[in-house]
Write a protein that binds this ligand. Structure first.
Ligand code: NDP
Ligand code: 2IT
Length: 439
C-alpha cells in the first residue's frame, strides 16, 4: 500500500478500493506462494492501459467546449474488458481506476467471461439539451472507437450514461467502423439490447438482499426500505422491492431526500424515470408531485428508521455517523446498490454490530451480469424472452451469494460478505493470470 500510495498520490478512491481488497485476501494470498512468485498483486493493481483524450464539442450557442475523456482497461484475464462509462463532473482518474479495479472482481463473481474496465468523462449532463448530449457522445466516440470492440472491450452505462447515451455512442461507432456488433451493452431492444438490462442492477441487488435475509429466515415482505439515489439502479431496486412486498420509504438526490410514509409504489416509480430524464439532478419535485412525499433539504435518508438500507446513488454516500443512525434505528441489513457507497468506517461499524452487509461488487453485479447475457445474445444473434434473462439473473445472484458465504463465513457463523466477495472474485482472476503467464 505504501508503494502504491507513492506511485498514485492523491488517488483517494482508488487507494481505498485497493486497500479493501488487499486486506480481505491477505490470508489466501499467503497460503498460495505461487501468487507472490508471479507478482499477482503487483500486476493486478496496475491497469493494463489507460487512455485519456480531449473531447472538443460545440454547445447550442455555437461555443466550443472541451472535456476530458478516459478509458481504463484494467484486466482481461477472464474475458474482454467490460465495464461502464460515467459522465459526471466529479469524474477523474482516481474514480475510474477505483471503479475499474472493483469491476475485475465483480465480473469474476458473475461466472461470465468478462474482464474489468471503466471509462467516462468529466462532462456535466445536467442542463444539457438532447442535441448537446448527442454531439458530446459523438465526440467522445471519435476517440474511443479505436480501442473498443465486441471481443476487446465492451463499455456500457453508469452514472449519467443510460439508453439514450448508449444509442448516440453506438451510432457513431457504427458510422466509424461500418460494423453493427455488440460493442456496447445497454443497447435499445430493437438493435441488439437485452430485455431486463435496464432493471438488472436494481433487481439483482434486491435478489441479493433477499438471499441475505433468507440466511436469517427472514423475507422482504413488509420490510421498510430506505433507498438513496433516484437513477437507474434505484429505480430497478424500488420496482423489485415493491414486487416482493417491501415498502420503500425514501429516495434521494444531491439536493436532499424525500420521505414517503405511504410507500413509493405504482405511478411514483414511473415518476422516477421522469425525474431522471429531466436532467436536473434533483428529487425535490417528487414532494410537489405527490402529497405523501416530504422533502428534506441537504440531508441523507439514513436518519429515517428502516429495516433495510440500500444506497444506490454514488461512492462514499453513507458515512460512519449514518451507519450509527441505522444501527440505533434497528436496521438489520445494508445492501450496496451503488459502487462503494459506504465508507470503510461505516462498513466496519455495520459489520461489528452483526448486521447483514453486502458490498457493491457482489450486490450490484446483476447489471454487468445481464450485460454479459446481452453479449451472449448478440454473439448468437438471438433474443431471449424476459423470463429467461430474469431467471438467469436470479441464478447468477444466487451463485454470487453462495460464493460469498463459502469464502466469507467466519468461525462464529457471521458471514463477512466483503471478504467472501473479494476472495472468490480474486482467486478466479489470479489463477487465470497464473495460467496465462507473465503478460
Ligand atoms: P444514474 O445516472 O441513472 O442516476 C444518477 C444518480 O447519480 C442519482 O441516483 C444521483 O444520486 C447520483 N448523483 C447525483 N449527484 C452525484 C454526485 N455529485 N456524484 C455522484 N453521483 C451523483 O446512475 P446509476 O443509477 O446508473 O448509478 C448509481 C450507482 O450505481 C453508481 O455508483 C454506479 O456506479 C452504480 N452501478 C450502476 C450500474 C448500472 O448498470 N447502471 C451497475 C452497477 C452499479 P444522488 O443525487 O443522491 O447522488
Ligand atoms: O458498475 C457497473 O457494474 C456498471 N456500471 C455496469 C457495467 C456493465 O458493463 O454493464
Amino acid at each position: 500500500m505504501a508503494d502504491l500510495e507513492k506511485r498514485n498520490p492523491g488517488e483517494v478512491e482508488y487507494l481505498q478500493a485497493v486497500h479493501e481488497v488487499l486486506a480481505s485476501i491477505e490470508v489466501v494470498y499467503n497460503q498460495n506462494p505461487q501468487f507472490e512468485r508471479s507478482g499477482i498483486i503487483e500486476r493486478i493493481i496496475e491497469p493494463d492501459r489507460v487512455l485519456t483524450f480531449k473531447i472538443p464539442w460545440l454547445d447550442d450557442q455555437g461555443n466550443v467546449q472541451v472535456n476530458r475523456g478516459y478509458r481504463v482497461q484494467f484486466n482481461n484475464a477472464l474475458g474482454p474488458y467490460k465495464g461502464g462509462l460515467r459522465f459526471h463532473p466529479s469524474v477523474n482518474l482516481s474514480i475510474l481506476k477505483f471503479l475499474g479495479f472493483e469491476q475485475i472482481f465483480k465480473n469474476s463473481l458473475t461466472t461470465l467471461p468478462m474482464g474489468g474496465g471503466k471509462g467516462g468523462s468529466d462532462f456535466q449532463p445536467k442542463g444539457k439539451s438532447n442535441a448537446e448530449i448527442m454531439r458530446f457522445c459523438q465526440a467522445y466516440m471519435l476517440e474511443l472507437w479505436k480501442i473498443i470492440g465486441s471481443e476487446t472491450d465492451v463499455p456500457a452505462g453508469d452514472i449519467g450514461v443510460g439508453a439514450r447515451e448508449i444509442g448516440f455512442l453506438f451510432g457513431m461507432y457504427k458510422k466509424l467502423t461500418h460494423q453493427h456488433t455488440g460493442v456496447l451493452t445497454g443497447k435499445g431492444l430493437a438493435w441488439g439490447g437485452s430485455l431486463v438490462r435496464p432493471e438488472a442492477t436494481g433487481f439483482g441487488a434486491v435478489y441479493f438482499a433477499q438471499e441475505m435475509m433468507a440466511t436469517r429466515r427472514e423475507s422482504l415482505k413488509d420490510k421498510k426500505v430506505a433507498v438513496s439515489g433516484y437513477g437507474n439502479v434505484a429505480w430497478g431496486a424500488v420496482r423489485k422491492l415493491n414486487q416482493l412486498g417491501a415498502k420503500v420509504i425514501t429516495l434521494s438526490g444531491p439536493d436532499g431526500y424525500v420521505y414517503d410514509e405511504e410507500g413509493i409504489s405504482g405511478a411514483k416509480i414511473d415518476y422516477m424515470l421522469e425525474l431522471r430524464a429531466s436532467n436536473e439532478d434533483v428529487v425535490e419535485p417528487y414532494a410537489k408531485e405527490f402529497k405523501s412525499g416530504v422533502f428534506v433539504s441537504n440531508k441523507r435518508p439514513w436518519e429515517v428508521p428502516c429495516d433495510i438500507a440500500m444506497p444506490c446513488a454514488t461512492q462514499n454516500e453513507l458515512e460512519q455517523n449514518d451507519a450509527h443512525q441505522l444501527i440505533n434505528n434497528k436496521c438489520v441489513c445494508v445492501c450496496e446498490g451503488a459502487n462503494m457507497p459506504c465508507t470503510p468506517e461505516a462498513v466496519e461499524a455495520i459489520q461489528k454490530q452483526g448486521l447483514l452487509f453486502a458490498p457493491g461488487k457482489a450486490a450490484n453485479a446483476g447489471g454487468v451480469a445481464v450485460s454479459g447475457l446481452e453479449m451472449t445474445q448478440n454473439a448468437m444473434k438471438l433474443h431471449w424472452q424476459a423470463e429467461e434473462v430474469d431467471t438467469r439473473l436470479q441464478q447468477i445472484m444466487g451463485a454470487i451469494h453462495e460464493s460469498c458465504v463459502r469464502f466469507g463465513k467466519q468461525p462464529g457463523g457471521y458471514v463477512d460478505y466483503v471478504k467472501g466477495a473479494n476472495i472468490a472474485g480474486f482467486l478466479k482472476v489470479a489463477n487465470a493470470m497464473l495460467d496465462q503467464g507473465v503478460v
